[in-house]
Write a protein that binds this ligand. Sequence first.
Ligand code: BES
Ligand code: MN
Ligand code: ZN
Length: 496
Amino acid sequence: MEFSIKNGSPEKQRSACVVVGVFEPRKLSLDGEVIDQVSNHYLGDIIRRGDMDGKPGTTLLLHNVPNTLCDRVLLVGLGKEREFKDKEYRDAVRAAIKTLNETGSLEASIYLTELPVRRRDTAWKVEQTVLMAMEGVYRFDRLKSKQEEARRPLRRLVLNVPRRNELGIGEEAAKRGQAIAEGMNLAKDLGNLPGNICTPGYLAQQAQELAKTCKLKLEVLEQKDMEALKMGALLSVARGSRQPPKLIVLQYMGDKKKKPVVLVGKGVTFDAGGISLKPAGEMDEMKYDMSGAASVLGTFLAVAKLKLPINLVGIIPATENLPDGNANKPGDVVTSMSGQTIEVLNTDAEGRLILCDALTYAERFEPETVVDIATLTGACLIALGNHASGLFSNHDALARELLHAGEYTVDRAWHMPLWDDYQEQLKSNFADMANIGGRPAGSITAACFLSRFTKKYDWAHLDIAGTAWKSGKEKGSTGRPVPLLVHFLINKCRVG
Ligand code: BES
Ligand code: MN
Ligand code: ZN
């Protein structure tokens, strides 16, 4: 999809469709007024007759509006003007894109960035519009034998900014939005692919392709390499699988002088639970258990497209978690790369087992910061639902940076406690620690487990169990938290 930024009058656009907003009850936005004036109150008449009352989420497509150069005008309901905030802005853009896409407009000229949104500037509005347009046209139908009936998706979008001196800002923001959206699409595609296609080997191949197109350094460690490194925790999870595990290590060097930021992504390509087998209902969704890995790959794609002046390392431990005669068993004690021993009381708590060795491996890059991203606990989904990722950190300033990036992109995270009081729950009678901490505070004890492997650097953990995919009728990967991660990295470039 193509985007461009303009600053021009709506009635003068030669376009398949011009999009303007209508507040509730029946009040045109400024650009709507402009069209109303030149068209002898064509829009006003329609609104007065009650065909469009401005209710949020509603749209009305008009043809042959007098004295305009466009084929159509799309009215979009904005809700009450006083209540118009960022959520309403996003809802309106989403509704507009949906209608454009369904009515076969190949291109459109959108006039919504003029709308004042509290604490959000033009750059934000442009970036969000691009993200939502890309989201609206995204389809995953490559596994259907017949593609959807001849779709004519939206191909070009012109975003009109209110002031001429904002053209540059708008262009930058559109570029940012597009890079992030492409990263999200990569993450979504990988997440949506089933476990029989997206295996650890497949993830490694995808990393290889990414490395080629984005000029990244790539190293894939095989099982024997992990054995040499004594990654006993990671290897214990892979025991029950016929697919060989991979440890994917990517490097982007936009500024060699800086210490790297390391992203670690959980890459369990299917999580059946192992011997502690999961119940059958919705088990298919455990193909998404590599969403952390996918978000790391998506972030690399966006960072490379934006040519950010940073040094970035990605570490992806990739494996399946299946039951088998060779699988690890409840009660097994394994030795992690750090030397700490772990009693595996539940083989379904496998994410922390593969992450702990990847986090120890991260030490060799002398990182400035390490952030891991993982669909780690069902408890996090119960605590925060689908709206926020759980954020845990051993460094408050780092937590604030991540929260801020999430707030900006509406890819939010919520700060959870990591107090030592919770560490007791991980006590084991037979090893240095157990891999589960009982029912209370499940996502916190999982983070506490990881914190025992991250003492040598500033570290944050994002539990994306609730945010990485949607269940139900709209089942599918969301591409989160790529927007949060990319903005976190962009902001790092700003401060130095
Ligand atoms: N991948 C799951 C976490 C998960 C569950 C994410 C449901 C999204 C939805 C993880 O490997 C897991 O199985 N965690 C267990 C931990 C428990 C055994 C301590 C869980 O959350 O039930
Ligand atoms: Mn599990
Ligand atoms: Zn898992």
